[in-house]
Design a protein around this ligand. Sequence first.
Ligand code: PLP
Length: 380
Amino acid sequence: MEHVSSLSLLQTPAAIVDRDKLQRNCDRMTVRAQTHRINLRPHLKTTKAAKIAEIATKQHFGGITVSTVAEAFYFNAHGFQDITYAVGLAPHKLPALAALQKEGAHINILIDEVAAIHAIDEAARNLQSTFPVFIEVDSGERRGGVSPDGQQLLDVAAGIVNSNSLTIAGVLTHAGHSYTGTTTDEIVEIAEQERSGAVLAATRLRGMGFDCQTVSIGSTPSVSHAASFEGVTEIRPGVYIFGDMQQVALGTCGIDDVAYSVLATVIGHNHGARRILVDAGSLALSKDGGRGPGANLPTYGRVATVDGRILPGLYLSTLYQEHGLIASKWEEPPYDSLPIGHKVRLLPNHSCLSAASFDEYFVVQNGSQITEIWDKTRGW
Ligand code: PLP
């Protein structure tokens, strides 16, 4: 951890969070959840930081979503007890989660297969633990989950009810295909698939006499654009807390709302190729592609000044492991205003993947003075 007060003195690459923007993004989602009277259980796989979890859960019931065992341990150590581990469970992870349960945590797990029930039930019984289970429903993404209108939903529910160590917490779905929406109308339609799929599954379960308290949905694009939340009790968006260039393209936030960026240093000028080189590549920024600026060029992100002002026309054209190349949508990039050693802030397309590689966040409030350093977790 470094003890410097200004971004311009920091080692690079470094992960930067603008606290005011982050707060605004959280406030927007809070209003959305409260307006629709649904619980917000933010997914913390994006941000992985206790301080951010505190901000995101303020005014909510305190439940969180995680995607690694490391996150479950880290957040539990910081006082978060109601945790959904929202990835289909490999039975060998159960001892770690059972240890957390024994310390007082309440860990919800996901199941979508009868065969998985047997393996997980046996492992839980050996550990003398019990687990509440969300039945994962596929609302169109075609990743994990049972079909909301198929027999497997009922078979999985029966398997859980007949197990020794598992109980049904509810149904859970994630409309990851909301990221493929090319217009707001398409995303609204996908959000409705997500809602109606989860509600159908819950209605069928209840109709057959199964308990199904929670109906949990959520991706940032779907919950940001959804027209209705009828029948839903909980949402689990995550990337809304930071935003990124992908979210800007999907219309869930504006470029001025992006609270996360990567600080980098100019390390070269390639006049022949008309590129400016920086010391942040795909390990720091992720290699998820996008389009922009304006001219619909393939890009890995946008470029801002060290105090966060977007530099018009500049974009990341190419990423290597540790190098990034900045190009201009006009003829030449501005070599004179970005000399060697100068610092810039880069706004990646996908903040979840970018942030995962850093150990801490340097926090600013509308400028380049570091006001706080927030620790975070990483790894599995
Ligand atoms: N729930 C699950 C199961 C997820 O896998 C994810 C993200 O991948 C989310 C919620 C959060 O969605 P987003 O990243 O769009 O905020």
